[in-house]
Design a protein around this ligand. Structure first.
Ligand SMILES: NC(=O)c1ccc[n+]([C@@H]2O[C@H](COP(=O)([O-])OP(=O)(O)OC[C@H]3O[C@@H](n4cnc5c(N)ncnc54)[C@H](O)[C@@H]3O)[C@@H](O)[C@H]2O)c1
Length: 327
């Protein structure tokens, strides 16, 4: 397929474009920032740029990953967010319909499901971690990033309903390589933090790219659908109260070896976990599961520290007797 990928110069785009090419797709990257993965240097906010890119390259599918996002909230105006994330998405959807594009994948974010109240967690008086699925409502995004991504999701739905354009929305959790902007408060190394987050709110950039490849394949069969994309969580809904009170004990129940593996590196688990993204719908309906989760990362850490091969750590059946299966 001839695929237009927006945001092709970015962190995800630089992994996604070669991955699509390896599948045999012809890829046209569109991004205001030049890069080897970008053929069209321009903005999705410019209708003419979008029209020309889709029409002149005979585009058959669009993956819309370009955006202003969390790091830009402090630096860019709300009007810029609206122009890029909302008007830019509408430009792509309408030009896609006008030129017979037959599928569209939109990179959204789990961030739009996080209200200020959820973010406040235990300090805000929460009695338990919030178990987050695609059904969660009402959605009260806490910043202009979430508000514009949610508006863009609704435009995707609207255009699908009016024109039958197949659209898959991927609400991805975090995969950025940088340190968390709260790193000074968290007080853990970046690698320690990212490994902890694989339990409930992170995935690798390779898995994020792979989810887009699968969504592209599945879009016509799905019509319109929205999926949380995050590494499999070992936790269950029954764990939410304990997770906010004593997360390390809950993690140790599932991964009895983790305290020793962490201790060898001087790592710590978060004291409290305030949310869990449940990616099981993507597994069931989209047919996509991340390859790398906490379990896989822990196995790597164990193998690295004792020089052995890739020995998986022990995983204990959950209290209800079901084995850990990524749900
Ligand atoms: N990184 C994460 O942890 C994370 C988490 C959830 C969702 N996302 C989403 O994933 C997508 C990719 O994020 P990323 O981590 O690769 O970020 P990134 O900033 O590395 O890449 C985003 C790309 O979008 C481009 N872009 C900005 N304005 C544009 C415009 N007007 N037209 C076209 N392209 C434009 C940027 O130049 C950049 O290359 C974004 O939609 C983001 O909202 C990212």
């Amino acid at each position: 397929m001839r695929v237009l990928v927006t945001g092709s110069s970015g962190w995800l785009g630089r992994t996604l474009v070669p991955r699509l090419r390896a599948e045999g797709h012809e890829v046209v990257g569109l991004d205001p920032v030049p890069a080897p993965t970008t053929a069209v240097v321009g903005s999705v906010a410019d209708r003419g740029v979008v029209r020309t890119a889709i029409r002149d390259h005979g585009i058959e599918a669009v993956i819309h990953a370009g955006a202003l996002h969390k790091p830009h909230v402090a630096r860019r105006s709300r009007a810029d967010f609206l122009a890029v994330n909302v008007a830019g998405t509408l430009n792509l959807l309408e030009e896609a319909v006008a030129h017979g594009v037959d599928r569209f994948v939109f990179t959204s974010t789990t961030s739009l499901m996080i209200s200020n109240a959820i973010r406040a967690g235990r300090a805000g008086g929460a009695a338990g971690a919030v178990w987050i699925t695609e059904e969660m409502a009402p959605l009260l995004p806490r910043n202009v990033y979430g508000v514009t991504k949610l508006a863009a999701e609704h435009l995707c739905r609207l255009v699908h309903e009016e024109h039958r354009l197949p659209v898959v929305v991927l609400r991805t959790s975090r995969f950025f390589p940088e340190e968390d902007d709260m790193a000074h408060e968290i007080g853990l190394s970046g690698e320690n933090t990212k490994t902890n987050e694989l339990l409930f709110r992170r995935l690798t950039v390779e898995d994020a790219a792979e989810a887009h490849v699968v969504a592209l394949e599945q879009a016509p069969a799905l019509g319109f659908d929205t999926f949380i994309v995050s590494a499999p969580t070992p936790f269950r809904r029954e764990d939410t109260e304990s997770l906010i009170e004593r997360a390390p004990a809950v993690v140790a129940r599932y991964f009895p070896d983790y305290p020793a593996i962490y201790a060898r590196r001087g790592w710590s688990m978060f004291d409290s976990i305030d949310r869990v993204y449940d990616p099981s719908k993507a597994d069931r309906v989209l047919g996509f599961t991340c390859r790398t989760g906490f379990r896989e990362r822990l196995a790597e850490l164990a193998a690295e520290s004792d020089g052995r091969g890739h020995a998986p750590p022990r995983v204990v059946a959950n209290p209800a007797g079901r084995p850990y299966n990524g749900e």
